[in-house]
Design a protein around this ligand. Structure first.
Ligand SMILES: NC(=O)c1ccc[n+]([C@@H]2O[C@H](COP(=O)([O-])OP(=O)(O)OC[C@H]3O[C@@H](n4cnc5c(N)ncnc54)[C@H](O)[C@@H]3O)[C@@H](O)[C@H]2O)c1
Length: 326
């Protein structure tokens, strides 16, 4: 029997390739640059499955070309690259990779938070430059992390992971989400639910963990910066467009906040040019989930979703299981 055909827009990792090669006739995009859109459209046209990354858009245009496609599996938990309602209309199941990257991403949000507060990146540059004159009492004074107030916006899997990490730092933990978690979870994480406005006014660190949705695009705007403490730091490991980057630059210039540590950008891979020269920002290249263990688990998870579908099962991480019943 002919195996189904899958287009995979990266070679992934050996563990995921082993699964895909066993179950599919797999075609991998192996060039170092991301697959150009025209190439993606050309190659996906006759495929039964697509394993893609957050850099590939699965939209009406792609779906109407890929008339045999039955699944689009993104190797990411965020799925703003996939038009899920369009997938449903085309009877294509969309899947993502929730759960396996929570701790790794929360670790990295914590890394950014610590690094911006304690000016690690500035210090590293100074030490390397050869101009550091040696220890002094008032060099690179940062803000404390321990004992401060942490404001978590988006209290899902990753947001809660960040709360868990704060416990050893004896912080007050505030959160805001569309959905309030149970009293048991609030107690376990010592987290207080607050309105967005109140959280902004009380937090020393505001860390973002919402998905990118029409409602969360530019959630962080000038009005938000004006409500934050002048000593507060913003940490963003969610999606770039959640923060209005021009408003962030303006807020830093006006000293509305003390600094920002970013993993994601509004127009990746571009970064607002005014951010690049600033010492009060840390700029990471979208690596919050980038550990070898986690990225491997994500790739395997995407592969297993595709395998499940062609074995006649419901893909475990389907975003639109109703597409199967149409
Ligand atoms: N930088 C990275 O490499 C990286 C890695 C992993 C995830 N992410 C991003 O982090 C996001 C969160 O991941 P997760 O697994 O924790 O998702 P999740 O679905 O478990 O949590 C998201 C939370 O945000 C809340 N939310 C949604 N809209 C909101 C709004 N308007 N206001 C307040 N809260 C709102 C939801 O109720 C939910 O509790 C992903 O969607 C992804 O974009 C980025």
């Amino acid at each position: 029997m002919n195996k189904p055909k899958v287009l995979v827009t990266r070679p992934l990792f050996p563990a995921a390739r082993a699964i895909l090669d066993q179950h599919f006739e797999a075609e991998y995009w192996t060039q170092p640059e991301r697959i150009p859109r025209a190439e993606l459209l050309r190659r996906v046209a006759e495929k039964d499955a697509l394993i893609c990354l957050l850099t590939e858009k699965v939209d009406e245009e792609l779906l109407s070309i890929a008339h045999k496609l039955r699944i689009a599996a993104t190797v990411s938990v965020g799925y703003d690259n996939i038009d899920v309602p369009a997938c449903t209309r085309h009877k294509v199941v969309a899947t993502h990779t929730p759960g396996v990257l929570d701790d790794t991403t929360a670790d990295f949000a914590w890394t950014l938070l610590m690094a911006i507060a304690r000016r690690l990146v500035e210090g590293d540059a100074w030490t390397r430059s050869g101009t550091w004159p040696g220890w002094d009492l008032d060099q690179l004074l940062g803000g404390d992390v321990w004992g401060k107030t942490l404001g978590i916006v988006g209290f899902g899997r990753i947001g809660r992971g960040v709360a868990r990490r704060s416990q050893g730092f004896r912080m007050r933990v505030l959160y805001h989400d569309q959905v309030r978690v149970s009293a048991d979870v609030e107690r376990e994480l010592s987290a207080e639910y607050l309105s967005f406005e109140k959280l902004l006014g009380e937090s020393d660190f505001v860390t973002l963990h919402v998905p990118l949705l029409p409602e969360t695009r530019h959630l962080i705007s000038t009005a938000v910066f004006e409500k934050m403490k002048r000593t507060a730091y913003l940490v963003n490991t969610s999606r770039g467009p959640v923060v209005d980057e021009a408003a962030l630059v303006d807020a830093l210039e006006r000293k509305l906040i003390a600094g920002a540590a970013l993993d994601v950008y509004e127009h990746e891979p571009s970064v607002h040019p005014a951010l690049v020269s600033r010492k009060d920002v840390i700029l990471a290249p979208h690596i919050a989930s980038a550990s070898i263990e986690t990225r491997t688990k994500m790739a395997v998870m995407a592969a297993m979703n595709a395998v499940a579908l062609f074995e006649g099962k419901r893909p475990p991480n389907a975003l639109n299981p109703e597409a199967l019943d149409l």
